[in-house]
Design a protein around this ligand. Structure first.
Ligand SMILES: [Zn+2]
Length: 216
């Protein structure tokens, strides 16, 4: 279910081509006003309104909220789960065996194939150039990654959206990953600010919980 603020659903998806005036299709100026477009966002109380303000000021567009629970969540899952190393189009996390950092990456291949490549690239002698941040970390420190403990963080078939998810996970764990800063260079300031806000809230919640536990 989506809250539309009184706008038609088609506004969420941009202006359909059939509704673009003929003059605009041919590159001519048109006097017909375009329909307003919205970003769809899952509603999270206490945070959604702040995100909408940031999107409005940074991107100049508006946000339409969608509900967290979808109809499909009411139905039981009948498909067998796919083994994690046979999943593809994923964002994954590989922990380092020598320190508390990890490497976050994305691939459209099977995870097990990508892990094999990482293991090969991080085995001495490691190349000097053109290597991943994972191999660079092994080269600099001599640490070996725990490839068997790889976890899947996200799954998305769309390449651009998967890259965005990868950047978000790296940014969220920026002090605990071996990834390069350039991996998050293209992340919008909106998302960076949102993650910063989320991290602050999480930290505050943890400190409140530990204070309450200490008082018991
Ligand atoms: Zn390490």
């Amino acid at each position: 279910m989506v809250l539309f603020f009184g706008r038609p659903k088609r506004c969420l998806l941009g202006t359909p081509r059939s509704e673009v005036p003929e003059g605009e299709k041919r590159g001519r100026t048109s006097t017909v006003e375009r329909l307003p477009c919205y970003h769809s966002l899952t509603y999270v109380r206490g945070m959604a309104e702040r995100v909408r303000r940031m999107v409005r000021s940074e991107l100049g567009t508006d946000v339409a909220f969608s509900m967290f629970s979808k109809c499909r969540s009411l139905f039981s899952k009948v498909k067998d789960p796919v083994e994690s190393d046979l999943r593809s189009c994923v964002v994954y996390n590989i922990p380092c065996g020598g320190c508390d950092k990890s490497y976050i990456g994305t691939t459209k291949q099977y995870v097990k194939e990508r892990i094999k490549q990482h293991a090969r690239d991080s085995r001495p002698p490691i190349k000097e150039e053109g290597i991943t941040a994972l191999a660079a970390h092994s080269k600099e420190t001599g640490h070996q990654f725990r490839f068997d403990d790889t976890t899947i963080l996200d799954v998305h078939k769309h390449h651009g959206k998967r890259k965005m998810l990868e950047s978000l996970h790296i940014q969220e764990n920026i002090n605990n990953v071996t990834n390069r800063r350039s991996d998050v260079a293209n992340l919008s300031t909106v998302y960076s600010a949102l993650l910063h806000l989320h991290a602050r809230k999480k930290k505050k919640r943890r400190s409140d919980e530990s204070r309450n536990t200490g008082n018991v």
